[in-house]
Ligand binder design. Structure first.
Ligand SMILES: Cc1cc2nc3c(=O)[nH]c(=O)nc-3n(C[C@H](O)[C@H](O)[C@H](O)COP(=O)(O)OP(=O)(O)OC[C@H]3O[C@@H](n4cnc5c(N)ncnc54)[C@H](O)[C@@H]3O)c2cc1C
Length: 357
């Protein structure tokens, strides 16, 4: 029986399958209506049968065309060896970021190293039961596609469960990775604010071994990080226990397939009406993603009430050094920071009223 909800037509057509491909001149509604009126394929339809098969697995490759080389190494050790030996090597995982550089900006790399199939980079482990609040960590392989993270975590890290549906669209999430999002060093990627709020660290690997870097120390300047050219991001570690109150707020011009103008991620512990812990990650308001440390200090140890929230909101409004660009003015960005905590407060008080009603 086909799924029928606001995002699926009566014939089960999943609107997200078209996400990012819709024609802006025709408009979205006529295309949606046409897709919804299509019948279902016959059971013996060859394409329908093909859909039931798993996608063919890419194999290890080393090919050279017109002086440009593409390598898909079979092992992590091989990938690290290439990174060590070839200073021109460019890593590619889902290529949702690098692909835009190639298509739109005409960039080319003499040596592309595809790491998206390396099993060592596609792991996901939850050290201890997240729900039990025990110590340990969640470790996510840097090349595991975001859709797989969504599925495999299945809501166990609520901040990521809130963020991921807002990240690009299903098509991009099927390919894009955390390693790629952090690998660009961009100040407007969506995952850094959330991972900062979660106090995550990155595991960097090279032929010399591995080192773990707190994400708060990872970004050093505009698109600059502590990662050395011969290193790759192997995994992201999120320490447990998780904060009890988390939220991700993305301000963007479009709901899907758009980069944030501002992103704010909160991870608070509120115990007996008092804020006992606060970690806040920001994106889009400085040359790097950053922690809102002054705001965190303005919250910790204070009652979770409107007076604290209003005072801390003024501090949050002043965090970062937002600039004006085609996405938003610096004043707008600061204003969005100034309202973020109020929004979270209204959500938490609404939720507690619903529970007590
Ligand atoms: C239509 C569209 C919508 C988008 N929407 C969003 C959005 O909402 N939010 C958002 O944050 N981004 C968005 N993006 C950007 C992009 O999808 C993300 O940055 C994604 O996480 C990149 O992952 P990837 O695996 O595709 O990276 P790739 O394109 O493969 O690589 C990106 C960069 O990271 C490096 N890299 C990749 N993996 C590693 C690794 N393991 N270690 C070290 N370096 C590495 C590469 O060398 C390259 O420089 C969007 C892109 C498109 C095309």
């Amino acid at each position: 029986m086909p799924v029928h909800d606001p995002e699926h037509g009566p014939n089960g057509f999943d609107l997200h399958a078209l996400s990012g491909n819709l024609c802006r001149c025709t408009g979205y509604r006529p295309i949606r209506d046409a897709a919804y009126t299509l019948g279902s394929p016959e059971a013996d339809d060859p394409l329908q049968q093909r859909l039931a098969q798993p996608a063919p697995q890419p194999v290890a490759t080393d090919a050279e065309v017109d002086g440009a080389r593409f390598v898909r190494p079979a092992t992590l050790a091989e990938a690290l060896r290439i990174l060590h030996d070839e200073e021109d090597a460019l890593l590619v995982a889902g290529s949702t970021d690098w692909g835009v550089e190639v298509n739109i900006r005409g960039r080319r790399a003499p040596l592309v190293v595809a790491i998206e199939q390396l099993p060592e980079l596609r792991t996901l482990t939850v050290g201890d039961d997240v729900a039990s609040g025990a110590d340990g960590y969640v470790e996510i392989g840097a090349a595991l596609p975001l859709s797989d993270i969504e599925k495999r975590l299945d809501g166990r890290v609520p901040l990521l469960a809130q963020l991921l549906p807002q990240f690009a669209s299903r098509l991009i999430r099927n390919r894009g990775t955390l390693g790629g999002n952090l690998g660009t060093g961009s100040p407007i990627g969506d995952t850094p604010p959330a991972l900062l709020a979660l106090r995550a660290s990155v595991v960097l690997a090279s032929v010399a071994g591995e080192r773990e870097v707190d994400l708060a120390d990872y970004f050093t300047g505009y698109r600059q990080t502590v990662k050395q050219p011969d290193e790759l991001i192997k995994a992201i570690r999120i320490p447990l226990p998780l904060a009890t109150t988390t939220a991700f707020q993305k301000i963007a011009k479009r709901r899907f397939d758009d980069i944030s103008s501002v992103a704010v991620a909160f991870a608070l512990d509120i115990d007996g009406g008092v804020v006992t812990g606060a970690t806040i990650g920001l994106g889009g308001v400085a040359a790097t993603p950053l922690r809102a440390r002054a705001t965190e200090e303005a919250l910790i140890g204070r009652p979770w009430d409107i007076a604290t929230v209003k005072a801390a909101s003024e501090v949050l409004r002043g965090e970062g050094t937002p600039m004006s660009d085609h996405r938003a003015s610096s004043a707008y960005r600061s204003h969005m920071l100034g309202t973020a905590l109020l929004k979270l407060y209204s959500q938490t008080t609404l939720a507690s009223k619903e529970v007590s009603a």
